[in-house]
Structures are given as structure tokens and as C-alpha cells.
Design a protein around this ligand. Structure first.
Ligand code: G3I
Length: 354
């Protein structure tokens, strides 16, 4: 008998309660590898320093089939102040993926949030800027040619209010749409086999931002840009209205391109008190099941990958300075690397619709 979503959530909760509550109870059974239950890559973001921890590395490789560098394949790490490149940690992440038979998703080449000095010095210098822009992309994508199956070529091109394209060092010097088109073209030139994405957040929370993103996609495709897929980050809260993720995926899938659910975490919200979870954890578990089912409802050829933004709760960016939620528990594995009910409901969803 196949588990329904409701019974899957109930059993996940019950298992977790016996694991956490009664001391005499045995620890909850481990979950089967998530990557073995789905017909598409199950991804996780990583930082190179964690790959040196054997328990972390083993759990990551056991459960996931794709890696995204959380920050060490971005300009902020690769491009040094003196204009030189440092590839030690990105190489280490790529090597780990290769050694463990995992796919690698490159993240990210161009981002408004990263404006390193070597490019700032070229601000306003037309051809010099454009050449440096092309050379950076050729160098980075070229280095991982045949290793990275795909790239977030431009990250977060739409303003947070969802109304327009972001102005940035890149758009100012290469053009509003053109900096995206050029970046896609340079990436294609460097590795014709890599699938090229643009990636953004709050496409489920803000329908107006999704609409602006989709108008950009239309323009890029109309101009023949080598755009192969769309990334929807899906950094959401436990109380996101029901159906929002499904509506976003359905809209984005209307272009017929592969969809990367690229950075999933489901926050327990501001000021979460672990000892007083209220109904937040239960709703978060249900939300994980809902997101999995929404992704599974995509046509198989459009399910590019399902990626979570961190392995253990202790790894989440949300507990750090930019997330500002120090007690958050947004992921699939707890601080000790034990599978949580959030992982169980994903396992159930993937096995139900495998
Ligand atoms: O590890 C170093 C540490 O050694 C050093 O002392 C410290 C101070 O410089 O920096 C630490 O590295 C930081 C790294 O996170 C690890 O914590 C970087 O400065 C910091 O910039 C980096 O932040 C990342 C951020 O993107 C910017 O790259 C976050 O981890 C990462 O989760 C976040 O991810 C973004 C996606 O790329 C795009 N979507 C939103 C998502 C969350 O903001």
C-alpha cells in the first residue's frame, strides 16, 4: 500500500518523536539514500572545509548525487584582489564530486552581489571591461569543462521587489539584457556541453517577480541566447501559502526548459524556539512533502535536479550573519547528521512517484 502524504508525515513525525523523546527507544532507522529513490539528481551545496570531515563527506556522498559549491566557485573566492585566480578549493570540490561519482553544478559566474576590485577598476572602460568579463567566464567554465554538467551563469537578475532587472556593475558595463546574453554566449563558447541556467529567488513568494523573470526569459530566448534551463532557488518559510511552489514550477516549466529547484531550505521562521516548536515543525515537514510533490509533477525531462542548500542544520547560511536566524533548523539532517522527518517525507515522496 503506497503511503499517502498525510500518512507519510504522520509516520515521519512518530518516528522522530520516538527517536528524540523516550531515551529507551532505539534511534530512528536510517533513511535509504535519497539519490537512489529519485530518477533525477538530488543535490546539496557544500563548502570545501566540510569535505575534510569524514562523517560529513560520507553522509553527503551516500545521500546526494550532485554538488553545488555554496560560495567557492564564485568570483568572491576565485578572483583575487590582484586580478589573479585561485582555484584550490573549487578544484577540491570538483575532485571530490568526481571521486564520488557525483555531478557538479557550477554556481555562479555573474552575480550583482559580487563586484570584485579587478572589475571595479575597469568600471566604465568599455572594451577592457567586456574583455575581462569574457576572459573570466572562459577561464572558469573552461577549467571545469567536462566536470561541471551545468552553470548558474547569472544569479538573481531581478530586483527584490520583483519589478525590473537589477542594475549592477555588470549591467552598467555590458548592458541590461546584454550582460546576461554575453555571459551565456561566453559560457557556451567555453563548454558547449554544459547546460546554462539563470537562477533567482522568491519566484514562488512573489508572482510579480516570477512574471518579470519570465519576461526576461522570453527576451533571452527570442534573441537566441543559449539558455538551457531555469533555476528557482526556493528559500522558503514553513508557512508559505499552500500551492505557491507548484504554481511557480508550473509557470516556469511553460518554456519547456529543464527546471532546477536549486537552493531549497524551509526555514522555521524568525525567533524559532526549539523547545517550543508549536506547529512550525509539523508544517515544515508537510511543506517539504508539498515541494517534493510539486517538483515530481513536472514532466520527467524537465526535472533537472532537486537541490537543498546545506547538509546539516548546523551548516545552514540561515544561522549566519545574512540569515539572522541562529536557532533555525531548515534542512534534512540535524546538527549531528541524523536524518530528520523532513528527510523521511522526501524519501517517501520520491519513492511514491519514482
Ligand atoms: O569561510 C570563510 C571564513 O574563513 C572567513 O573568515 C569569513 C570572513 O571572510 O568568510 C568565510 O566565508 C564566507 C562563506 O559564506 C562561508 O561562511 C564568505 O565570506 C561569505 O561570503 C559566504 O556567504 C555565502 C553567500 O552566498 C555569498 O557567497 C553563503 O555561504 C551562501 O549560503 C550564500 O548562498 C546564496 C546563493 O549563492 C544565492 N542564493 C542565495 C544564497 C543565500 O544567500
Amino acid at each position: 500500500m503506497r503511503l499517502t502524504r498525510r500518512s507519510a508525515i504522520a509516520s515521519a513525525l512518530a518516528l522522530s518523536a520516538c527517536g528524540q523523546g523516550a531515551k529507551s527507544q532505539p534511534a530512528p532507522a536510517p533513511i535509504p539514500p535519497l539519490k537512489s529513490l529519485a530518477r533525477f539528481p538530488i543535490g546539496c551545496c557544500v563548502q570545501e572545509r566540510w569535505l575534510q570531515e569524514p562523517d560529513y563527506a560520507d553522509l553527503l556522498a551516500e545521500q546526494f548525487s550532485q554538488l553545488t559549491a555554496e560560495w567557492e566557485m564564485k568570483m568572491e573566492y576565485i578572483l583575487r584582489e590582484d586580478g589573479g585566480f585561485q582555484f584550490d578549493r573549487p578544484d577540491s570540490i570538483a575532485l571530490f564530486a568526481k571521486a564520488r561519482g557525483m555531478a557538479l553544478h557550477g554556481h555562479t559566474l555573474v552575480w550583482y552581489a559580487g563586484e570584485p576590485e579587478p572589475f571595479k577598476k575597469l568600471d566604465g572602460k568599455g572594451a577592457a571591461f567586456a574583455n575581462a568579463y569574457r576572459n573570466y567566464i572562459l577561464a572558469v567554465v573552461g577549467r571545469y569543462k567536462g566536470q561541471a554538467r551545468s552553470w548558474d551563469v547569472v544569479n538573481e537578475p531581478i530586483t527584490d521587489d520583483g519589478e525590473r532587472l537589477r542594475e549592477s556593475l555588470w549591467s552598467r558595463n555590458v548592458g541590461l539584457d546584454d550582460h546576461i546574453i554575453r555571459a551565456l554566449e561566453h559560457a557556451r563558447e567555453a563548454d558547449p556541453a554544459a547546460a546554462l541556467f539563470i537562477n533567482d529567488y522568491h519566484l514562488e513568494l512573489k508572482p510579480n517577480k516570477r512574471a518579470t523573470f519570465m519576461r526576461l526569459v522570453e527576451r533571452l530566448l527570442k534573441r537566441g541566447a543559449p539558455l538551457d534551463g531555469l533555476g528557482t532557488q526556493t528559500h522558503i518559510d514553513y508557512d508559505l501559502p499552500e500551492g505557491a511552489v507548484g504554481a511557480a514550477l508550473k509557470d516556469l516549466a511553460s518554456f519547456g526548459l529543464p527546471i532546477h529547484l536549486s537552493e531549497l531550505d524551509i526555514s522555521l521562521g524568525d525567533r524559532f524556539v526549539p523547545a517550543l516548536p508549536g506547529d512550525r515543525v509539523k508544517r515544515q515537514i508537510a511543506k517539504y512533502a508539498e515541494v517534493a510533490e510539486a517538483f515530481m509533477a513536472l514532466p520527467e525531462r524537465q526535472r533537472f535536479a532537486f537541490t537543498v542548500w546545506g547538509l546539516r542544520d548546523s551548516d545552514t547560511w540561515l544561522r549566519g550573519p545574512s540569515g539572522q536566524r541562529p536557532t533555525d533548523q531548515p534542512l534534512l539532517f540535524d546538527d549531528a547528521g541524523q536524518a530528520k522527518p523532513t528527510a523521511r517525507v522526501l524519501a517517501d515522496a520520491f519513492s511514491r512517484r519514482a
